[in-house]
Each structure stands twice: as structure tokens, then as C-alpha cells.
Design a protein around this ligand. Structure first.
Ligand SMILES: Cc1cc2nc3c(=O)[nH]c(=O)nc-3n(C[C@H](O)[C@H](O)[C@H](O)COP(=O)(O)OP(=O)(O)OC[C@H]3O[C@@H](n4cnc5c(N)ncnc54)[C@H](O)[C@@H]3O)c2cc1C
Length: 463
């Protein structure tokens, strides 16, 4: 290591610069299987000024910087790059202000997602985006990935709730993008460029979020179906009946059996597909929508519909979906969670293709996901130490990606491109838009030091 790390140590204090293997190893991977890389050092700044000084230091010494929240990412976004510095933001963990009159909340990037909604709840408000990782992921990571969640169908994704950002740019300057105004069309929407930019354009050091009134009532239903096709038909019928539930999730039989084994909820393990449906809003509207959804599910062939009597039972039923990933992760040493997304009406076809691909390649793939959004999580249960099986996994994955694109879908609906989807992005983008993507990176980070090699590779700039 030639870069003068002592400058960094003096900047943040000795406790906040980690260089020993035992200290940096926990920062060498995220939630993505097969990817890890030990960083040169990990710096944990405590203020925006310190973040800016770290970025300026990295630029001076030409050290790549990988920004990191909680490291729960599922595309390798916060996996270090060789010789790189990890910029960990977990010390920036304060909620700075709630403004119930303007319906906004201002926070530092290291605040845990659930803490944002908990704080909003104290004011009778709600922060809707609820990724499955909400108890551990940071709001900075959510903005950088434009994360979605279980309430996406009705409420949208993180981008829909970001009003303004404070960002440290590649040259160490601090920029404020967006505003607290509901309407703001002054210039390009620069903040939107940073939402979903996966740490490749700048470091988010503050967020101003939009809140909504907390719904007074919520009702949860769990329906079981004899086939994925009948479950899909029920969903189409619900939406055709002009009901937009806040949650419309499905789990397949493999996932169902794992969850039941893990959480002992009393789920009917013989069902081929389970739908978790939730409606929220005014109590009268909720009661009406729940009754109509139950009737539609039965009419479309549901074997059984359980309607939660109260919030506690609703939360118990929702556990089936919320714990899907943890339950599946127990089965085999390696869990690869994908997030291909297709237009809603093509979802049943996509699920059938995934099952058929699993059979053809002799692989175990469980599938669950956001049926209302067309976003599915084919989850490969495998073992990364078995090279022969991994070759089949990658082949199957590639076929699933091609099918997704053929159906008009996207290679990632939630988890971002990072390293894991980099090779697939080119298949989805046309040459003109792929060039545009890289032109944006060059304009904002001309030296290519912010999370280099993520999303795409840049050709070296001519000398
Ligand atoms: C069990 C489980 C369930 C999940 N469920 C969902 C889900 O339902 N929906 C969903 O969308 N995702 C989900 N994820 C993926 C993941 O939790 C999200 O992508 C989350 O937003 C990552 O937050 P993080 O703080 O862990 O970020 P990290 O993993 O640390 O970083 C993610 C990316 O953001 C960048 N980054 C982080 N902070 C900043 C910042 N302040 N400024 C600039 N760049 C930054 C990093 O460089 C990296 O590229 C799940 C993951 C797990 C493990």
C-alpha cells in the first residue's frame, strides 16, 4: 500500500480507519454469492465533510472508492474493487428532521430503512418502500439501488419518495439536488440521476424523503391455489376489478414447504402456489376490497382463502413471504437470488419457464416474488464449491435472462446491476442507450474512481 493512509487516519480518527485483515474481511462481500474481494482499507467517516475529504483524498491518490451501507446488496454493488477503499457510511445514522406539515423526513444515509418508517409512524405518517431487508439495509443503500419492496404495486419504489439529495461528487464537492417542493422543474432532474446509480456517480450523504398519511386500516389475506396459472388468473381478475392491493405476493410450492418447515405458520404445504394479498386505507374501503378479493380468489379457483382477523394475524400470514429468503437459504450452502422482471401479464409464463429450466438443468430453483409487479425471485439453491453444478447454474441463469428480455422484461427489477448483472445489461440495452449510460458516468466521474467496474466497464480514456 503506497497511498498515505496516515492522512486518512488523521482525518477520521484511528478507530475509524480499518486496515487489519480481521477488520476488513467483513467488508469484502455483500449478499451476493460467489463475489468477494478484500479492500485495501475501510474508512468510516462521521460527517459529510469527512466523506468529502475522503473522496478528495482518494482522487488525489487515484484510489478507487466503493461506498457501502449495510452490505445487503444482491448484485455485488458494494463488493470492493482490488486495491480500493471502502467508504462505510453506517456512522451517518441520524434522522435529522421530521416535518409533519410538509410531509417530509430528512435523514443521513446510514439510517436503517425500518427506523425511517418507525419515525414516520410516530407522526401518523408512513414511508412506504419496504424492501425485504428493511430491518438491516440503509436508506442510502436503498436510494443508491432504487429499491422496491412488498408495497410497490400500490405505492411505487424508493425513487417515488426521494425529494432531494445531498451528494458528494467525484471531485469532493458537495452538491444539493432537488428540493422540498412538491413541484420542481428547475433544470434537469439531477437527483434522479443519482437514484439507482449504485455508488458510481457520487456519495449520497443526506436524503429528503416524502411521507404519506399512515393508512388507518389494513387487511391481509392468504389464498392457496392448485396451480400457478390459476393464481395468475386471480391476480389479473383482481386488477381488472380495479382493486390495487398494496401487496400481491406469491410463493411457489418449494418455497412454501421451506417456509413452513422454518417458521411453522400452519401453511397448507400441498398447495402449488400461495398468494399473499394486502389492502390498506380507509376501514370501509379496506373491508370492501378484502371481501371482493376473497370472492375473486375463490371464483378463480383458490382452494382456500384465509382472512386475517386482526393485524397480528395479518403479520403472521405475511411472515410466509417475508421469511422466504431466510427459509430457502438454509437448504443448500449457496443461495443465488435473482430478480428478473416481466410485464405483469407475462409472469405465469415466466414462472413456468423457470420451472422447466430447473428440470432441464437438474437444478433446484424455488420461486417467489412480487406478482403484482411482475418481479420474480427465482432462487437457485446450490453449492458454489461444485464447479460442475455452478456451470449448469450459470447456463440456466443465462437462459432465464434471455427469456425475460424476449418477454419485454428487465434483467433486474430491484437489486441493481452491480457486478452480477453486468454481462446481461448489454443484452437488454440497445447500442445507443448503452453508450449514453457510459457517457453519463464519464461526465460525472471522469477519472472513473467511484465504484469502477460496476454496472458496466469503461474503456480506458485515451491519454
Ligand atoms: C434478505 C434480503 C432481502 C432483500 N429484499 C429486497 C427487496 O425486497 N427489494 C429490494 O429492492 N432489495 C432487496 N434486497 C437487496 C438490498 O437489501 C437492497 O439493495 C438495499 O437497498 C441495499 O442497502 P444496503 O444499505 O445494504 O446497501 P449496500 O449493499 O451496502 O450497497 C448497495 C449499493 O449502493 C451503493 N451505496 C450504498 N450506500 C450509498 C450511498 N450513501 N451513496 C452512494 N452509493 C451508496 C453501494 O456502493 C452499492 O453499489 C434484499 C437483500 C436481502 C439480503
Amino acid at each position: 500500500v503506497t497511498a498515505p493512509l496516515n492522512d486518512l487516519r488523521n482525518l477520521v480518527g484511528a478507530d475509524h480507519l480499518l486496515t487489519e485483515p480481521v477488520d476488513v474481511i467483513p467488508y469484502s462481500f455483500d449478499g451476493t454469492a460467489e463475489l468477494n474481494q478484500r479492500p485495501m482499507a475501510v474508512v468510516l467517516p462521521g460527517t459529510t465533510e469527512e466523506v468529502a475529504a475522503c473522496v478528495a483524498w482518494a482522487r488525489e491518490h487515484r484510489v478507487p472508492v466503493v461506498t457501502r451501507g449495510s452490505g445487503t446488496g444482491l448484485s455485488g454493488g458494494s463488493v470492493p474493487v482490488p486495491g480500493g477503499l471502502v467508504l462505510g457510511l453506517t456512522r451517518l445514522d441520524r434522522i435529522l428532521e421530521v416535518d409533519p406539515n410538509n410531509l417530509t423526513l430528512r435523514a443521513q444515509p446510514g439510517v436503517i430503512t425500518k427506523a425511517i418508517d418507525d419515525e414516520a409512524a410516530r407522526h401518523g405518517l408512513m414511508y412506504p418502500p419496504d424492501p425485504g431487508s428493511l430491518k438491516i439495509s440503509t436508506i442510502g443503500g436503498n436510494v443508491a439501488e432504487n429499491s422496491g419492496g412488498l408495497r410497490g404495486l400500490k405505492y411505487g419504489v424508493t425513487r417515488d419518495y426521494v425529494m432531494a439529495l445531498q451528494v458528494v461528487l467525484a471531485d469532493g464537492q458537495v452538491a444539493r439536488l432537488g428540493s422540498a417542493c412538491v413541484k420542481d422543474v428547475a433544470g434537469y432532474s439531477l437527483k434522479d440521476l443519482f437514484i439507482g446509480s449504485e455508488g458510481t456517480l457520487g456519495v449520497i450523504t443526506e436524503v429528503l424523503l416524502k411521507l404519506v398519511p399512515r393508512p388507518e386500516a389494513r387487511k391481509t389475506l392468504l389464498a392457496t391455489f392448485p396451480s400457478m396459472a390459476t393464481a395468475a388468473r386471480a391476480i389479473t381478475a383482481i386488477i381488472a376489478a380495479r382493486i390495487i392491493p398494496c401487496t400481491l405476493e406469491f410463493i411457489d410450492q418449494t418455497t412454501l414447504r421451506c417456509v413452513e418447515d422454518y417458521a411453522k405458520i400452519g401453511l397448507p404445504v400441498d398447495a402449488a402456489a400461495v398468494l399473499l394479498m394486502e389492502t390498506d386505507g380507509h376501514p370501509a374501503a379496506v373491508a370492501d376490497e378484502a371481501a371482493r378479493m376473497e370472492a375473486i380468489a375463490r371464483a378463480e379457483g383458490a382452494d382456500r382463502v384465509q382472512v386475517a382477523a386482526d393485524e397480528a394475524e395479518g403479520a403472521r400470514l405475511a411472515t410466509a413471504r417475508r421469511q422466504a429468503f431466510s427459509a430457502l437459504a438454509r437448504l443448500r450452502p449457496t443461495t443465488i437470488l435473482e430478480d428478473v422482471t416481466v410485464p405483469r401479464t407475462r409472469l405465469a409464463e415466466m414462472v413456468a419457464f423457470v420451472s422447466e429450466t430447473a428440470r432441464r438443468h437438474r437444478l433446484q430453483i424455488a420461486t417467489f416474488g412480487h406478482m403484482g409487479d411482475g418481479n420474480l425471485h427465482p432462487t437457485f439453491l446450490t453449492d458454489e464449491r461444485d464447479a460442475e453444478e455452478m456451470a449448469r447454474v450459470h447456463l440456466a441463469l443465462s437462459e432465464i435472462v434471455d427469456k425475460t428480455i424476449a418477454l419485454g422484461g428487465t434483467v433486474t427489477g430491484e437489486h441493481g446491476v452491480g457486478l452480477a448483472k453486468k454481462a446481461y445489461l448489454k443484452r437488454q440495452y440497445d447500442p445507443a442507450s448503452y453508450t449514453l449510460l457510459r457517457a453519463v458516468k464519464r461526465a460525472l466521474d471522469p477519472e472513473g474512481l467511484l465504484n469502477p467496474g460496476k454496472i458496466f466497464d469503461l474503456e480506458p480514456t485515451p491519454p
